[in-house]
Ligand binder design. Sequence first.
Ligand code: FES
Ligand code: FES
Length: 161
Amino acid sequence: MTAPVAISLSVNGERVEARILPRLNLADFLREHLKLTGTHLGCEHGVCGACTVRVGGEIVRSCLMLAVQASGTAVETIEGLSDSGEIADLQAAFRDRNALQCGFCTPGMLMAAQDLLREKHMPSRDEIREHLSGNYCRCTGYQAIVDAVEMTARSRVESDA
Ligand code: FES
Ligand code: FES
């Protein structure tokens, strides 16, 4: 049997030390060890995007990354982005535009949408669709999600003007 290994990382700004089995993926580590259950697990093989988190500022699929690979990095989850207020306007737009129904895809969708808005302040609807194309939603038909991201982009640009 493989022995546990020690990892040390930052999760939502807090230092975390743990001993885990090398085969544990980052999504299971966040959900089961740290009880950060906002990161959802759908397909568990890199297709649906429900497990999207930030590692070192870049979004990754946490079902495809081993927790040991995150050692020494800064991980941010939907709880971190939500608690800091970074995506408060985006979350409000999702509510206002009915961009969520069951909510299963929503954490990953918000992580991916915020990633786009950090990169490009006023993306086109096609660019929003392209950037979110790796995040599956079984409820909304996507139109309302694109509306919510576009509305957030516009209001951020206007408030910067
Ligand atoms: S659970 Fe990771 S991409 Fe679907
Ligand atoms: S709101 Fe249900 S999967 Fe997207």
